[in-house]
Design a protein around this ligand. Structure first.
Ligand SMILES: [Zn+2]
Length: 441
């Protein structure tokens, strides 16, 4: 087994619009707080090679990832199905969707070039490696962002709207598992893969107009400085999970620096504890096309949704839009917009699901934001000793909310393209895909 690693800056040295928070605010960057990167690892058994690319970006745009995968494949001969491009889901990175902006047209072009160059470099860097792995639960680093209020209502992220009733409990516990895989090369622990689940967006609150790798950059710097290794982070099933709680007095962290350091300390503790050897056998990749049924169940509300959305677009008053939608079961202007947009969708859409395995280590790649409970289901059902769930891989279909998310009528369900139950069906498909990879290895 051989492993290669490469990292390259993708920090724009010019002003760009920043992504995150839908289109509630247009933010041009005014400074770089810290650098953002594209990181790639390549793993080969001599016959098959897989490449995993993780970007310090908000999302994965399919046209961009398709071109990147195609070009890497052309340059290296590695099939596109063996090349995955994911992101850490920052809310302080260039808005790749905003192609009306000349700065983004420029950025997207430079981004593809950087990803290709960096991934090819990771292949060139390959040398023999062994691996060890560990996982443990960590407290206070992630929280499910749906709340039971004192008045009994269940509410999600508030988008600045103050609820009349205080939040008293989270609707559920997130998957608190932190996973690390440490690859040793030339007798030295060299490349560390970290997998956790939480929206990494704390710096962006105090530094609204900054490009920053937020908590992820701080964690990486901490671990690399302390242990002299190189870190690649994989975003797990974070769809309903935040890095900090919105319940008063529940946070130990005042900013992204203190959170990132605590995160780094948790990673360090795992790496310095009991690490189990991980057998790295043959490298496999598998793909399955899943046909998802789009959600048109509330198309009857279209006229009301159009009115709510038009009002919000005009006065930008979120609370007023929520009030206007209330009598019709329209939860927010985002919900209204989703109802409008979904009427244009075909009845069914295809999603590409991928899995890799390297001996006892497996990866499931999801092209959407997955709820924590669905990620846990995949990890628990996987026949592999160590399974990493990677979300926002190759594409961002936005949220695919769990059944519970739909039952709570939460934001992620309101804006989900697909019908209730799709998230659970997908989780089952991932387990089946991992079983297929497992039996053919
Ligand atoms: Zn998100």
């Amino acid at each position: 087994m051989r492993l290669g690693y490469s990292r390259m800056s993708i920090t724009p040295d010019y002003s760009v619009p920043l992504a995150g928070y839908g289109n509630t605010s247009f933010r041009m960057s005014t400074e770089v707080l810290d650098a953002i990167y594209t990181t790639a690892i390549a793993i080969s058994d001599g016959k098959n090679t897989v490449i995993f690319i993780e970007n310090d970006l908000t999302t994965s745009v399919k046209t961009i990832t398709d071109e990147t995968r195609r070009r890497i494949s052309l340059e290296t001969g590695i099939p596109e199905g063996n090349i995955m491009v994911a992101c850490v889901h920052l809310h302080s990175a260039p808005d790749q969707w905003n192609t009306d902006e000349p700065s983004i047209q420029r950025y997207n072009g430079e981004l593809v070039d950087a990803m290709v160059k960096n991934a090819v470099a990771s292949v060139g860097d390959m040398s023999p490696a062994t691996a060890r792995a560990a996982s443990d639960t960590v407290e206070d680093l992630n929280f499910v962002r749906h709340y039971i209020l004192a008045d009994g209502h269940v509410r999600g992220p508030s988008f600045g709207l103050q609820y009349d009733s205080p939040k008293v409990a989270h609707t559920r516990e997130p998957d608190k598992t932190l996973q690390v895989v440490s690859f040793a090369r030339e007798g030295k622990e060299d490349v560390v893969l970290v997998n956790f689940q939480a929206h990494p967006q704390i710096a962006t609150r105090a530094h609204r107009y900054s490009v920053t790798a937020d908590t992820i950059g701080v964690m990486r710097d901490y671990v690399e400085e302390r242990l002299g290794c190189k870190v690649i982070y994989v975003l797990g099933a974070s769809g309903n999970v935040q890095a900090i709680s919105l319940i008063k007095d529940e946070n130990r962290y005042t900013d992204h620096l203190s959170y990132g350091e605590a995160f780094g300390q948790a990673v360090e503790k795992l790496l310095q504890g009991e690490m189990k050897p991980l057998a790295l056998g043959s490298v496999k990749a598998a793909k399955k096309v899943f046909v998802a049924k789009t959600n048109k169940e509330d198309a009857a509300k279209l006229e009301k949704a159009e009115a709510v959305f038009a009002q919000w677009s005009e006065d930008n008053d979120y609370k007023a839009a929520v009030k206007a939608g209330e009598p019709y079961g329209i939860n927010s202007p985002y919900h209204a917009r989703a109802i409008i947009q979904r009427t244009e969708l075909p009845d069914r859409e295809e999603l590409e699901l991928y899995a890799f395995s390297v001996g006892d280590l497996a990866f499931a790649f999801a092209p959407y934001e997955m709820f924590t409970e669905n990620g846990s289901f995949i990890k628990e059902g996987s026949p592999f000793a160590h399974t990493i769930v990677s979300t926002l891989a190759n594409k961002a279909m936005s949220y695919i909310a769990s059944k519970q998310g739909f039952d709570y009528n939460c934001y992620e369900a309101n804006t989900c393209r697909y019908v209730r139950g799709t998230a659970e069906e997908l989780a089952e498909e991932y387990v089946k895909l991992l079983e297929t990879v497992c039996t053919t290895r």
